[in-house]
Design a protein around this ligand. Sequence first.
Ligand SMILES: [Ca+2]
Ligand SMILES: [Ca+2]
Ligand SMILES: [Ca+2]
Length: 195
Amino acid sequence: MSRLLILLLLIYLATPTKLTAQTENTDSDGDKLWDHEEVKWGTDPHNPDSDGDGYKDKVEIINGYDPLGSGRLPKWIRIDLSEQSLSYGYGPKAVDTFIVSTGKRGFKTPTGEFSVLYKHEKKWSATYKLWMPYWMSFTYQGHGIHELPYWPNGYREGANHLGIPVSHGCVRLGIGPAQKLYDWAEAGTKIVVME
Ligand SMILES: [Ca+2]
Ligand SMILES: [Ca+2]
Ligand SMILES: [Ca+2]
């Protein structure tokens, strides 16, 4: 073999992108979680059922259970005021991200750690005389997450307000995402509101 061929072979073998591509497409234990995903979750890439409870790692994860022990993975909702976005997930997994509208100047949505206090499919705001569908309360001062509100005459807050902080402190979600989050979250789900 010529020197050039040997050199090319060495470069080929030493190329890191090639190595990355290999681990990304490897599922050593056949549990349908790639090896690099197992690293992220902390599960054993050489054992399809890391905690030995009879359920495969991937099966536990897609159903929201802890692949490394008993019980469910903790659910979380994260609201980013500067990004005007809401993400949610469980354990290290982010499920989805939605655009929101949070509190305007003087009505800023409070930052910190909260949890879903209670849910109500269609809550009436006595203060503002409007309906707030898919309501999830997270403070005792009346802050909640809900769908774009609408008035008794049927007029609905415009979706063009999403991405702009124009609410009275609540976190407004679009039609579709609001119900999706409402159906997924439960009383006690952790909520973090950050700047
Ligand atoms: Ca695997
Ligand atoms: Ca595994
Ligand atoms: Ca298991």
